[in-house]
Structures are given as C-alpha cells and as structure tokens.
Design a protein. Structure first.
Length: 469
C-alpha cells in the first residue's frame, strides 16, 4: 500500500486520513518555545547517528550524510542564514524534516530506535546542564564579591536587627557573611541537582526501550552524561531534574530577594547605610532628586516569577500518569523563564554590590542608638552574681529611664546605675562599649568578632573552591 501521509504532511501522518485542523495544529505546536533547543537537538542527533552506525544499524554512508547534513544545518542556524520554521510542530520535526529535504532517504533513517519522548528529555537535560554551569559561574561571582567586602569590614560596626528593630551590635562583615552562607548553600544544591540530572534518557525511545542493539553508554559518554537512566519508562516521564533545579533557583531568588529588601531599606534616607552607584540606579521622570534602587527592586520582583515557575511545574506534573503525556510540552516555558530570570539578575546585582559605597559612620551611629548593648549589660550583671531574669529586669528599668531622658545606657552616670544595683562598678562602661560587645563574641563559632568572621570567611572560600572544582 502506498504511503499517503495525509496528516498535514507530518512525519507521523501515515496513520491519519485527515489533515490536522489549523486550530489544533496551533495548539499542538511548541516550536515557539522549544526552538531554542536546536543546538542540543542536533548534538543529540549526531551522537545517536554515530552510535547507530557503530552498532551496524545505520550504514557508514548514511551516517556520514546525516553528520554532514546536521553540521550544515547547525552552521546555518548559528549564522542566521537558516530560519526556524514557525509553522513546524516542534524543533525535532523541523530539524529532521530539514535534514531529509537536504540528504534524502538517509535523513529518514535518523529516527531509528528513537522517540521524541527520549529525544526531548535528552535535549532539555543537555540545555539545563549547560545552564547549571552558567548559573554556578554567576553565583560564585556573587559569593566572592560578598566575601571580599565582608573581609574589608570585619570591624565596621552596625546594628543587628530582629523584627526590624535594633537588637545587638554586629559588624557589616558578619552581616554580609550571613548572606554568603545562604548563597553558598544554593551553589551546593545546584551542583547536587546537576549531579542527579546527569543521567542520559537517550535510547529509552517511547517508553519501553528499543529492540535494536543500542549502546546507550556510548551516547551518554559522548554527550557528557555521567550515566544512563536504567528504566525507560522513568527516563521519558521523569521531570525531577526540572523540579530540583527550579527549586534551587526559587530558594536562590528568595535569598536574593531578602538581601535586595535590605539594600532597598539601607539606601533610603531613613537608614542611609549605603549609597548606590549611579550606574546601578535610576531616576524619576518627575522628581529630580530621586535615586531609585531599581536593580534591587527588580531582583525582588523576579523572585516572584521564579517561585511561580516552580509552582507551575509542580501543578503540571502532579496528576500525570506514566509515561509521556503531551502536558509535558508545557514544562519548558517555566524552566526557561526561571533560568533566564536568574541569569538576567545575578550579574547586575553583583555589580551593584561591588560599586556601592558603605556609609560606615552612619552604621556606627545607628548601632549606638536603640540600646543594642542592653543584652551585654545584663550579662555583666550575671557576672556580678545576679540571676539572669533579675538582671534582665534591672536593665529593662534602666533602658526605660535612659529612653525617657534621650540617653544611652553608657551615658548614664555611675550613681544612677548603682542606684539600680550597687554591684555595678566603673568597669561596666568598658564592658558595654559596642566594640567590646562585638569582640567578646569569640567563645563559640558563629559570632561577629573579627577573628571569628575572618575564620568563617576563610572556611567559605575553601568550600567555594571545593564546589568549583
């Protein structure tokens, strides 16, 4: 029986008597989204063809024609002399059709022992593994920037906050190191996701593998995967690698958004802790005096997009039976958006940090207000033999007294302090100085003392280099 190929000229059209309805074809097409996978699709096809030839499934002549044809298509797509057909069903069909148009029968043999199900999973994994590296580069740059600034400000005193209220004196180095820890965990998680994602689906075919004598380990090694997925049904239906990566990115953007919020506050006149460089600020179309922290605000906004992208993937996947379902066509847009958003924001955010001016005098002044040394005063009283709860009450009463008079605890005369408790001596003033409050915290790992933060930075730098190897 002669082939009729009635299904709108589709490569799968032999089964169909009617052409696909135009509206259905528009819905079914994913080329507008997955067109960006053309490099990965050609790379996977070349590896597949070479494996088929080595296994004796393709003739050397057909394999050579496929190789040269795919290389030519890649070169023309790269140069722009060949445009992706927006009317194609997807990038896989476009490339295969274009290859067959150029080399004839040999092009029709490329899809032997392969399905679009394992093909698309392979393409997306290849794309994502490369983006893992790009994101890791950007994130490592941000961490190095933070650690450099932190080391420069080991003794720059500022207020630490809880509930956005001044709480205890810390240093800018200590504060920035805290952010660096969060981003370092993100980098660690990103590498972990990349490791689990480095399993090749290619050769799983539609869902049950192939009856041909494939060498899946060969294609996996050629494409840079660490291993192969050992269950074909899992290989074509698994999208954990998307969920893991977008989960890491959602957490990364949450950390970035929290930091951005602080920069927005710190650059306000109310805080005035930082001055943003003109190159990373914008003005107002109506108010000449404005200098807006738009990079930080956009980082905060993009976090919402990335969190939504991951949620979209979870909702997409939660009701799907095994194995492949057309719903999975919709997984790439959320992935691409999450990755694009992160790669868009990390470089300017790092540039903003590198170029900002820290108003250290203003930070020191702010730390001197709000009774941030009150906890240390209570600890001093404990050292005089007073139970902590009693010490807490005594200092609280002194805070109220000082606050009513617009004074700090260290500004109260000794006779006033001794009226609260006679065991308070002259040495209390040195004990509750901001510098002493900070530098005292070296007894346990994790405090803001310069020596503790310097050691912490050194540990993070060593861990960063370990993760980047």
């Amino acid at each position: 029986m002669a082939s009729t190929d009635r299904g709108s000229g589709a490569l799968w059209g032999g089964r169909f008597n009617e052409a696909t309805a135009a509206a259905a074809a528009r819905l079914n097409s994913s080329i507008a989204v997955d067109g960006r996978l053309w490099r990965e699709d050609i790379r996977g096809s070349r590896a597949h063809a070479r494996m088929l030839a080595r296994q004796g499934i393709l003739s050397p002549a057909d394999a050579a024609a496929i190789e040269s044809g795919l290389l030519a298509i890649a070169a023309e797509l790269e140069s722009g002399s060949l445009a992706i057909d927006g009317g194609a069903e997807d990038i896989h069909m476009f490339i295969e059709s274009e290859l067959t148009r150029r080399i004839g029968e040999a092009g029709k043999r490329l899809h032997t022992a392969r399905s679009r199900n394992d093909q698309v999973a392979t393409d997306v994994k290849l794309w994502l593994l490369a983006r893992h590296a790009d994101i890791a580069d950007c994130l490592a740059g941000l961490i190095r920037c933070l650690l450099t600034i932190a080391r420069d400000h080991l003794s720059t005193i500022m207020p630490g906050y809880t509930h956005l209220q001044r709480a205890q004196p810390i240093t800018l180095g200590f504060h920035l190191a805290a952010h660096a820890h969060a981003f370092l965990r993100d980098l660690d998680r990103l590498g972990d996701a990349a490791r689990r994602g480095s399993e090749s689906p290619l050769g799983a075919a539609a869902l049950a593998g192939s009856g041909y004598p494939l060498d899946r380990e060969m294609t996996a090694a050629e494409l840079g995967f660490a291993s192969v997925m050992t269950n074909a049904m899992d290989a074509v239906s698994d999208r954990d690698f998307l969920l893991e990566t977008t989960g890491v990115l959602a957490l990364l953007m949450t950390h970035l958004s929290r930091f951005a919020e602080e920069i927005i506050l710190w650059s306000s006149q109310e805080f005035a802790f930082v001055e943003l460089a003109d190159a990373y600020s914008t003005g107002s179309s109506i108010m000449p005096q404005k200098k807006n922290p738009d990079i930080a605000e956009l980082a905060r906004a993009l976090a919402a997009r990335v969190l939504s992208d991951q949620q979209r993937l979870f909702v997409l996947l939660k009701g799907l039976p095994l194995a492949y379902n057309k719903d999975l066509q919709e997984d790439k847009e959320a992935l691409f958006d999450a990755v694009d958003s992160v790669l868009l924001v990390l470089p300017p955010f790092t540039g903003m940090l590198e170029s900002m001016t820290w108003r250290t005098k203003r930070m020191r002044e702010a730390a001197g207000l709000g009774f941030t040394n009150a906890t240390d005063f209570a600890d001093y009283l404990v050292g005089q033999g007073i139970a902590f709860r009693d010490a807490h009450r005594i200092v609280g009463e002194l805070v109220r007294y000082a606050s009513d008079r617009g004074l700090g605890l260290e500004q109260l005369p000794l006779e006033t302090l001794q009226a609260a408790d006679p065991r308070i001596a002259e040495d209390v003033y040195a004990y509750i100085s901001l510098e002493a409050c900070v530098e005292r915290r070296t007894a346990a790992t994790g405090g803001p003392a310069a020596v503790a933060v310097a050691a912490d930075i050194a540990r993070m730098e060593a861990r960063l280099e370990e993760l980047r190897r």
